[in-house]
Design a protein around this ligand. Structure first.
Ligand code: SF4
Ligand code: SF3
Length: 543
C-alpha cells in the first residue's frame, strides 16, 4: 500500500484512499502530510512534557496551526511547500529540544530529515496505519481531524488578531496524547469530547473576531449574476484576505465575486461599502471545474477546497495564499506585517474578459445569531402559534457524490411548516430552491460559513432558554448534517459536547469510525446515518 488516508467523506470505497486520493492528492503529498502531522505531534510532546508556557511560543503556535491547516482536505496539494513546512517544523522541534530536560522524548520529537527521499522513507512507517489497534486508531484520527478543523478556525481568528492561548495549549495536549500508547479507548473517548469543548471555544473565538472586525452579519440579498467588468473570484474562508483584496481593487475597474464558502462575506456590513464587490459566482467548491472555465478571470484560493484544475489555462489563473497551495499556481505570501500584495492578480484580471453569465437572480442570507435574535419575537410567536413546527439544522459541507442529491430532495420534500437552519457549503444543495417563507421568515436561514454553525448552536441555546426547557434535545430542532472534511468533524464534536443528541450524519458515516467507535457514538449520542428522504422526514417529524 503506497498511501493511506481516510480523513474525508469521499475516501475510496468509504474505507481509505490507498493509491491516490479521490480528492486528487497523490502518494507523495499524502506521505508528506502524514510526516507534517508527525512533526506537530513531536513538537506538542516536547511542549507538554517540558511544561513550556504557550505564551512564550509565538512562532511555534502559528506554525503548528499552519501545519495542521495545510493537511486539511483540498487545502494544499503542493509537495514543495509541505516539504518546506516540514523543515521549518524540524527546526522548531530542534530548538525546543535543545532546552529540554526530558530524556524520554518520542521519536516524533527527535527525528530529522534532510531530503525529500528521507522524508518519504520515514513517512512510510508513521502514517495512520502505524496504530495497529483499530479502535485506538479510529479515536486518534477522529481527534486529529477535529484538531485540524480547530486549527483552521484558530488561524482565521489569529489573522484578525484574536487568539485564545488555551486553545493552543489544548491543541498541544491533544496532539501529544496521540503519541501516548498508555491511553485507553475510554481515555480517548473523553479526549474526543474535550476536543468538542474546545471546538465550541474556537468557533466562539472566530465569531468574536469576525463580528468585532466586520460587524454582525445582517439579512442580505446577494446577486448571483454578472457585470461586464473584468473580475477576480475569491474562494475559501479567510475574510482578511478578502478585505485586503477589496481594498486593493476598489478603484481599479476590477470587480470581485465570491465563490463557495466566501459567499457569507456579503452578509458582513464592513464589506458593503465596496462598490466593486459584486456578488457570488457559482456554487459549492466541487463545481469549480466548470465554473472556473466560465469565470474567465483570476481565482484566489484563501483556503480549501481546491479541485485539481483540468487545464493549463485555468491553472494559470489560479493563485493561492495562506495555508493553501497547488503546484504550478502562484502563491501569495504575507509580509512580516501580514499584508499581501495582490497586484499581480489585479494586473492579470485587467487582461482577461468579464465572467460569462451562468445564472441570474439573487439569494438571501445573513441569519447569524445576532440577526436571528433581532427576529426572536417573530420566531418564537411562529413556533407558539404552530406556524413553525420544526427547525432542521442542515449545516455542513457539500461534495460531489451523487448521493448528496438526498439533501436537495430532503429540503424540497420537508413540510411547508418547517425551517432549515444552515451554514457551510452544504447550503448550495438547496439555497436556490424557491422554498418560500413562513410569515416573512424565509424557510432557509443561512448563518454563514461552516464555523458559523456556532451561530446555530447559540440560536438553539437561546430558544431553549426562551421556552424554559432544561434540555436542548426537547426543542423542536432536528439535526441532519452533511459532512465532507475535517472542519465538519470539529463542528460535529462541538455539537456533541453541547449535548445535542440524535444527529443524523451523511451522506455516509466516516470511514475512520471503527465498528466499536461507531457503536459508542450510536449508543451514547444517538448518531445515525441517513436513509431515504421519505423515511427520514417521517422519522424526524414524528419525534
Ligand atoms: Fe482520500 Fe479524502 Fe484523504 Fe483525499 S482527503 S486522500 S479523498 S480520504
Ligand atoms: Fe465546504 Fe470545503 Fe466543508 Fe467550510 S468549502 S464547509 S467542504
Amino acid at each position: 500500500m503506497s498511501m493511506f488516508c481516510y480523513q474525508c467523506q469521499e475516501t475510496a470505497g468509504g474505507k481509505g484512499c490507498t493509491v491516490r486520493g479521490v480528492c486528487g492528492k497523490n502518494e507523495e503529498v499524502a506521505k508528506l502530510q502524514d510526516l507534517l502531522i508527525y512533526t506537530v505531534k513531536g513538537i506538542s510532546e516536547i511542549i507538554v512534557k517540558e511544561k513550556l508556557d504557550v505564551k512564550s511560543l509565538g512562532e511555534t503556535n502559528d506554525e503548528v496551526l499552519n501545519s495542521l491547516f495545510m493537511t486539511i482536505t483540498n487545502a494544499n496539494f503542493d509537495a514543495d511547500s509541505i516539504e518546506r513546512q516540514i523543515m521549518k517544523m524540524i527546526a522548531i522541534s530542534e530548538a525546543l529540544r535543545d532546552s529540554a530536560v526530558s530524556s524520554d522524548l518520542h521519536d516524533a520529537a527527535t527525528f530529522k530529515a534532510s531530503s525529500r527521499a528521507s522524508m518519504l522513507e520515514k513517512a512510510a512507517s508513521i502514517g495512520v496505519l502505524a496504530t495497529t489497534n483499530e479502535d485506538v486508531r479510529s479515536l486518534r484520527e477522529m481527534i486529529t481531524y477535529g484538531v485540524k478543523g480547530m486549527a483552521a478556525y484558530a488561524k482565521h481568528a489569529k489573522n484578525i488578531g484574536k487568539e485564545d492561548l488555551n486553545i493552543n495549549a489544548f491543541l498541544y495536549e491533544s496532539m501529544a496524547a496521540m503519541l501516548d500508547d498508555s491511553l485507553t479507548p475510554d481515555d480517548l473517548v473523553a479526549l474526543t469530547l474535550k476536543t468538542g469543548e474546545y471546538g465550541v471555544k474556537v468557533m466562539a473565538l472566530l465569531d468574536e473576531a469576525n463580528t468585532s472586525r466586520f460587524g454582525n452579519p445582517e439579512i442580505t440579498e446577494v446577486d448571483i449574476g454578472v457585470r461586464t467588468n473584468p473580475a477576480i473570484l475569491i474562494s475559501g474562508h479567510d475574510m482578511t484576505d478578502l478585505e485586503q483584496l477589496l481594498e486593493q481593487t476598489k478603484d481599479t475597474g476590477v470587480d470581485v465575486y465570491t465563490h463557495s464558502e466566501m459567499l457569507p462575506a456579503h452578509y458582513y456590513p464592513a464589506f458593503k461599502k465596496y462598490k466593486n464587490f459584486v456578488g457570488n459566482y457559482g456554487n459549492a467548491w466541487w463545481k469549480q471545474l466548470d465554473e472556473f472555465v466560465s469565470f474567465r478571470g483570476p481565482i484566489l484560493f484563501t483556503t480549501n477546497c481546491i479541485v485539481p484544475p483540468r487545464s493549463e489555462e485555468v491553472r494559470g489563473r489560479i493563485f493561492t495564499t495562506g495555508s493553501s497551495g497547488y503546484p504550478g499556481c502562484k502563491h501569495i505570501k504575507a509580509n512580516e506585517n501580514g499584508k499581501k500584495d495582490f497586484s499581480e492578480i489585479i494586473a492579470l484580471a485587467k487582461t482577461l474578459p468579464a465572467p460569462d453569465e451562468i445564472e441570474t437572480g439573487s439569494i438571501v442570507g445573513g441569519f447569524a445569531h445576532n440577526q436571528v435574535m433581532a427576529l426572536a419575537d417573530k420566531v418564537v410567536d411562529a413556533v407558539k402559534s404552530g406556524a413553525i413546527k420544526k427547525f432542521f439544522v442542515m449545516a455542513g459541507c457539500d461534495g460531489r457524490m451523487k448521493s448528496r442529491d438526498y439533501y436537495t430532495e430532503f429540503a424540497e420534500k420537508l413540510p411547508k411548516d418547517t425551517v432549515i437552519l444552515t451554514a457551510g457549503c452544504a447550503k448550495y444543495r438547496y439555497n436556490k430552491l424557491k422554498l418560500g417563507d413562513i410569515g416573512g421568515i424565509p424557510r432557509v436561514l443561512d448563518a454563514g460559513q461552516c464555523n458559523d454553525s456556532y451561530s446555530l448552536a447559540i440560536i438553539a441555546l437561546k430558544l431553549k432558554e426562551v421556552f424554559g426547557l432544561d434540555d436542548i434535545n426537547k426543542l423542536p430542532i432536528a439535526f441532519n448534517i452533511a459532512w465532507y472534511e475535517q472542519k465538519a468533524v470539529i463542528v460535529l464534536l462541538a455539537l456533541l459536547y453541547l449535548g445535542v443528541k440524535n444527529i443524523h450524519l451523511g451522506p455516509t458515516l466516516p470511514g475512520f469510525l471503527s465498528p466499536n467507535v461507531a457503536k459508542v457514538l450510536v449508543e451514547k449520542f444517538g448518531i445515525a446515518g441517513v436513509g431515504t428522504v421519505n423515511e427520514d422526514i417521517e422519522l424526524f417529524m414524528k419525534d
